[in-house]
Structures are given as structure tokens and as C-alpha cells.
Design a protein around this ligand. Structure first.
Ligand SMILES: N[C@@H](CCC(=O)N[C@@H](CS)C(=O)NCC(=O)O)C(=O)O
Length: 222
């Protein structure tokens, strides 16, 4: 047993974001898969974090249950630093890194989630306008990513940071539900680099057995 317990699911995109950070620095932790469909498991998870969204990092050494992927990565960077630093020490670079983390979460990851969750809704509960807005939002975010990644290897430049942890799951799943067009070569190349990064490659390999549960449409290949 390690002091850190990671409450997560191997298919859950926001959990991927933190797994990447954990694997980057080979941080020891105990994985605990949460089945939110199981009422008892859900209640136990809600006792940790009433919002009941994964992931949560439980740190028994310090007596904290830390929710929210961005906050968990900042927590790891502070309490369990390794070779990969997720928030640059330079204040100017730090706010820009946090900004790109927000861009990936709010304007790519969440709209992607909206489209996926809409597929799970009953026929009489679909939200076509919400999905159309989400697709527009993804299109705008793709344009921003394409412009900036024409000049950069990683989201912030030469160093792999929090923003790359956020980008990887957002781009991977967004490309499934709203595939990159040929006008996004730099975005495509960036996702390829992310998928070759050992930390994210491991996350994808571990998710493989669960991909059958992703609600695919139109012959998508997860
Ligand atoms: N802002 C949160 C989002 C977390 C989130 O949306 N988690 C999803 C899985 S990827 C979840 O737990 N969904 C379950 C539910 O909403 O019932 C974060 O960054 O951690």
C-alpha cells in the first residue's frame, strides 16, 4: 500500500489526465477503480467528494482527498515532484500553462464530453442544440490549437507540462467525435506525439480492454 490512492476509471478522460502525470514521474500510488453505476461504490465515493466526479486522489499521509484533475496535478507537482514539472517555476510561463489547461478542459474536453454523454441519453432526452454548440466550440478550439502547435513541440514549448496532460485526453476523444480535418496537420502531429509519449501510451494501453464500452457511432474506431 502507498499513501496515495487514486480513485478513477480506466476509460474516464479526466482520469487519464492525472494518470499521465502520475506515470510521467513514476509516482507510487494504489489504483482504485470506481464503478459509479454501483450504488454502494457511488455512496462511498460521494463521501470523499460530494460532486461525485472522478478522479479523486486520496493522500492518507496528509489526510486529504483532492478532487479536480488540474488541482490534483498541481498537488502532485507540489508534494510529489519528479523530473517532469507540471507548472513552470517562472510566473509568466505558469499563468500561460494554466490558461492552456483551462482552454483544453473547458473548450475541448467538456464539449467532447457533452457529445458523448448525449449518446447515452434516452431518445426523448437528447439535446441537439447543446451538441451543435459543443461542435462549434470544438471547431473554435481546434483552430486555436492548430495555430499555436504550428510553432511548438509540446503545448507550452519545449517542456511537457500540465497543459499537455490536459491536451492528451481532450484531443484523443475529440478527434473521435469530431475528427480532425486535413486542415489540422499540426494538431494531428501533436496528438501523435502525445500518443507516443510513454506516459500516455501506457494510459491508452490500459484503457484498451474498456474501449468496447465507449458509446461509438458512425463506425468510429476508439
Ligand atoms: N472538472 C472535473 C471533471 C471530472 C469529470 O467530468 N469526470 C467524469 C469522468 S471523465 C465523471 O466522473 N463523470 C461521472 C458523472 O458525471 O456521473 C475534473 O477536472 O476532474
Amino acid at each position: 500500500m502507498t499513501a496515495l490512492t487514486f480513485h478513477y476509471h480506466p476509460l474516464a478522460s479526466f482520469c487519464w489526465k492525472v494518470l499521465i502525470a502520475l506515470y510521467e514521474n513514476a509516482t507510487p500510488f494504489t489504483p482504485l477503480v470506481v464503478d459509479l453505476g454501483d450504488a454502494d461504490a457511488r455512496d462511498r465515493f460521494k463521501a470523499l467528494w460530494p460532486i461525485a466526479k472522478m478522479p479523486v486522489l486520496q493522500d492518507d499521509a496528509r489526510g486529504h482527498a483532492v478532487p479536480e484533475s488540474t488541482v490534483i496535478i498541481e498537488y502532485l507537482d507540489h508534494h510529489h515532484p519528479g523530473a517532469t514539472r507540471f507548472i513552470p517555476a517562472d510566473g509568466e510561463a505558469a499563468w500561460r500553462t494554466r490558461l492552456w489547461d483551462r482552454v483544453y478542459d473547458h473548450y475541448l474536453h467538456e464539449p467532447m464530453q457533452k457529445i458523448v454523454l448525449n449518446r447515452l441519453r434516452p431518445v426523448d432526452g437528447k439535446d441537439p442544440m447543446g451538441v451543435a454548440d459543443a461542435r462549434n466550440q470544438i471547431g473554435t478550439a481546434y483552430g486555436m490549437v492548430e495555430r499555436v502547435m504550428a510553432q511548438r513541440r509540446w503545448a507550452m514549448g519545449d517542456d511537457f507540462t500540465l497543459a499537455d496532460c490536459a491536451a492528451a485526453p481532450a484531443l484523443y476523444y475529440a478527434n473521435l467525435v469530431s475528427p480532425f480535418t486535413t486542415s489540422l496537420p499540426h494538431t494531428r502531429a501533436y496528438l501523435d506525439r502525445l500518443m507516443q509519449r510513454p506516459s500516455f501510451a501506457r494510459v491508452l494501453a490500459e484503457a484498451q480492454p474498456y474501449f468496447q464500452f465507449f458509446p461509438q457511432e458512425h463506425g468510429e474506431k476508439v
